[in-house]
Design a protein around this ligand. Structure first.
Ligand code: SF4
Ligand code: SF4
Length: 374
């Protein structure tokens, strides 16, 4: 058995769903795409994180000879129903901080590579989907997600791990193509609530709920608040509606017990009212893209989601946080949520803060009261 075969055998033995290999040549199509839409990607062209550089693995890591790509299905257990529609599934099994079973699987593979004398490195900035497509593991969907080829009934619930290795391995045949059936009427594009997917295979990152829920600064733009619905961290909408995912989603999957036990830590009212301790100890270890110091971002997202939930039982809570929260973004979003929920109690809460509020919060209160009156 040669090295490639041994790597494949060990990866499958450890529970990865598939493995493929490609060269470290620049990911040309990826570079072409980001260059053609530079204004959408300037936020990832910084000194610290540079997409262009990461898409040229050979230049960035001159010692590397091949890209080894592992894929793993992250939807092999069912997700707590109360978290669906609020937090993207991918984030709920992210064990990079907690270092659980998924993390250990990768560490075991690293040990295997070391025993084989293969130098390796995981660069999180390497474009994962394009690496996997060039390694023949996935095809693209028009929603810009990667769909498994040989494994997982072709679903897109794929965790992709591209590893740089110093061994020269024969590359697999690429599968850089769209694999959508001709009969699908682009339901992902129609279902994208914020219109982030604006054409087949074209997504504007800054409009995606994922970006808005964890990367954006300031208060969420007015025009995105309703479309973002109850999502507070990521979004799965364009994957949930996709017919390519239905065979996988229609199965009875075993329950994810540990996650089920944590679901209450992520309920919308808990997120709005959580202490820094709750955030740092219960939320951040699983969902860490928002900085540890930025509990206000979560609270703002939760306030917006509660407004969109449409349940007026949360009016007193939002009124309390409009009056008391330290962050003006949170107070401002509570005002918006009260305006969105409407009703006499919401109107009264807004009116009671009208005179004393200042700046952003005052603007939000005025705008919410206007909405209530119209
Ligand atoms: S993840 Fe949500 S917001 Fe982002 S492109 Fe898909 S449907 Fe649109
Ligand atoms: S919804 Fe249709 S067009 Fe969109 S990714 Fe799925 S199959 Fe492709």
């Amino acid at each position: 058995m040669n090295l490639k075969q041994r790597m494949r055998e060990r990866a499958l033995e450890l529970g990865f769903d598939d493995i493929g290999f490609t060269t470290t040549e620049p990911l040309d199509l990826y570079l072409k795409e980001i260059d053609s839409r530079g204004d959408m990607y300037d936020w990832v062209m910084t000194d610290k994180f540079n997409l262009r550089e990461s898409a040229s693995p050979r230049e960035k890591h001159p010692w590397a000879r091949s890209l080894l790509v592992l894929i793993r299905n992250y939807h092999n257990r069912s997700f707590p129903p109360q978290m669906i529609g609020k937090i993207g599934r991918r984030y709920l099994i992210d064990e990079r901080v907690e270092k659980g079973v998924e993390h250990r699987r990768l560490v075991d593979f690293f040990h295997f590579l070391k025993d084989e004398g293969v130098r390796h490195f995981f660069d999180a900035a390497t474009p994962a989907r394009m690496s996997a497509a060039r390694a023949g593991l996935v095809t693209y969907g028009k929603n810009c997600f990667a769909f498994a080829g040989r494994s997982m009934l072709g679903a897109s619930w794929v965790l992709i791990l591209p590893l740089l290795i110093d061994a020269e391995v024969a590359p697999d045949a690429p599968s850089i193509e769209v694999g959508c059936p001709s009969w699908c009427r682009d339901v992902c594009i129609a279902a994208c609530p914020t219109r982030a997917i604006y054409a087949q295979k074209k997504m504007r990152p800054q409009k995606c709920i994922a970006f808005q829920s964890y990367y954006s600064k300031g208060i969420t733009p007015m025009e995105l608040r309703e479309p973002m619905g109850t999502w507070v961290y990521g979004c799965d909408r364009c994957q949930e509606v996709c017919p390519r995912n239905q065979p996988w989603m229609n199965q009875d999957l075993p329950t994810n017990g540990p996650l089920m036990e944590r679901a209450g830590d992520f309920s919308l009212d808990t997120l709005l009212t959580m202490s820094e301790k709750h955030y740092v100890e219960k939320v951040w270890p699983l969902a860490f893209y928002i900085a540890k110091e930025n509990v206000a971002k979560w609270q703002m997202n939760a306030a917006r989601a509660l407004g969109n939930l449409g349940d007026r039982q949360f009016v007193p809570l939002l009124a309390q946080y409009l009056a008391e929260n330290e962050s003006e973004k949170v107070r401002g979003m509570c005002a918006w949520a009260l305006g969105r929920l409407g009703g006499p109690a919401a109107g009264k809460a807004l009116a009671s803060r009208r005179q004393t509020a200042e700046g952003l919060v005052k603007q939000e209160i005025e705008s919410a009261l206007e909405n209530l009156a119209s």
